[in-house]
Design a protein around this ligand. Structure first.
Ligand code: ADP
Length: 371
């Protein structure tokens, strides 16, 4: 402690022979660094005041910075070793975690790369945790399921097509062989040759339909939409089917107002309706009737017959390629089972919802809803 006149009034025994720096010009609390010998110290100088607020002396204190310097020094040394070590441990932990996280993906890649056309029924193993990788594997499995189904359908189609083509060919060959075996009456020749011509026609019609299907499935079909007058369309269809209707003594009742019109591809819609009407006549009962109605509120065309109907169990397959209801019944009615699948594909292409409902013994109804 120093008096204002510069006299030293008190000095701590801790100082021994050392001296703290004193600056008489400092009139407020001040802190600064200084040294005592080799030691770094932090010094504070505080003025002391009397009752009249006049400086009567100064209090000067110092505290060694050596300990904090040692602490800082140790800390720096510790960090120099610990920081790289920590970084290394962190790197290792991240690498392990990443490789663990990526392991299921690697498994998926390995399993997926082993799937080909020959083992398309293989599915990817699902991870235990229901995370994003699980969802990815499940989605790929669903995709594989669809691809496999498509694959099976293609296989089935090829098998069905070759069977359907071979059937008339076998019949033609059999008939011709019978004719060759011995001399026959001209009437018999005529009858057998007519049968062969019938089979050739059937083959021709089927190849036409197969071509139509192939074209539709290739996706290279262009749609030309124009306003289509439904009354006119049905008038043309009625003219075309008139001879068959008369043969079966069937009545076609068309209830379509003159204003009924839809914007669609006229030729494609004609193929759809021609198929449905042709079927209604072909499978309809002799003396039966067919109703064609336009429902303007629902923008729908309804074709209803009072034919034999189709059982509920067979309805879901009706639009499948080569599907023929109750084959035994249809052996007498010629057909390939392709007409409705073509109609459905065309309707899908045109954005028309084609649906069917039926009751055995009562009749069948096809509805076309235009969007
Ligand atoms: P196809 O007439 O050449 O056999 P389709 O695909 O046109 O082939 O029809 C599939 C099957 O659906 C037919 O074999 C027939 O059994 C059944 N079917 C279609 N339309 C009717 C109908 N209006 N009434 C009863 N059965 C029908």
């Amino acid at each position: 402690m120093v008096h204002r006149r510069g006299e030293l009034r008190f000095r701590s025994s801790n100082l021994q022979n050392d001296i703290l720096i004193f600056d008489p010009d400092l009139t407020s609390d001040s802190f600064f660094n200084s040294r005592i010998g080799d030691q770094r110290i932090r010094q504070g100088q505080f003025p002391l005041f009397n009752d009249r607020n006049a400086i009567i002396g100064h209090l000067t204190v110092g505290i060694s910075q050596e300990e904090s310097a040692i602490v800082l020094h140790n800390l720096r040394n510790t960090l120099r070793i610990a920081f790289p070590l920590l970084l290394f441990v962190l790197f290792l932990a991240t690498a392990i975690a990443a490789s663990r996280g990526i392991a299921p993906v690697k498994k998926l890649i390995q399993a997926a790369s082993g799937i080909s056309g020959t083992n398309i029924n293989t599915r990817l193993p699902l991870p235990e945790n229901k995370d994003e990788i699980y969802q990815l594997a499940a989605t790929i499995n669903e995709l594989l399921e669809r691809v496999e189904n498509g694959f099976q359908r293609e296989k089935q189609f090829t098998a069905d097509a070759s069977h359907e083509i071979r059937t008339p060919l076998t019949a033609i060959r059999g008939t011709l062989e019978v004719l060759l075996r011995k001399q026959r009456e001209p009437a018999q020749y005529e009858e057998k040759i007519n049968r062969v011509i019938g089979e050739v026609d059937r083959l021709d019609a089927m190849l036409d339909q197969l071509l139509q299907l192939a074209r539709l499935e290739s996706g290279h079909v262009s749609v030309h939409r124009t306003p289509v007058d439904l009354q006119m369309l049905f008038r043309a269809l009625a003219d075309k089917w008139q001879p068959r209707l008369q043969e079966k003594n069937m009545e076609l009742r068309v209830q379509i107002p003159p204003a009924a019109s839809v914007t669609t591809d006229a030729a494609m819609l004609n193929v759809v309706l021609d198929n449905l009407l042709g079927n209604a006549i072909k499978y309809g009962n002799t003396g039966g009737h067919i109703d064609c109605t336009w429902q303007s509120e629902s923008v729908a065309l309804v074709l209803r017959d009072n034919g034999p109907g189709i059982s509920a169990g067979q309805l879901p397959y009706l639009f499948d390629r080569f599907y023929r209801v109750d084959n035994s019944r249809n052996t007498v009615v010629p057909g390939s089972g392709l007409g409705l699948s073509i109609a459905k594909k065309l309707a899908d292409l045109l954005g028309i919802q084609l649906s069917v409902s039926s009751r055995e013994g009562e009749g069948t109804t096809f509805v076309l809803v235009f969007s």
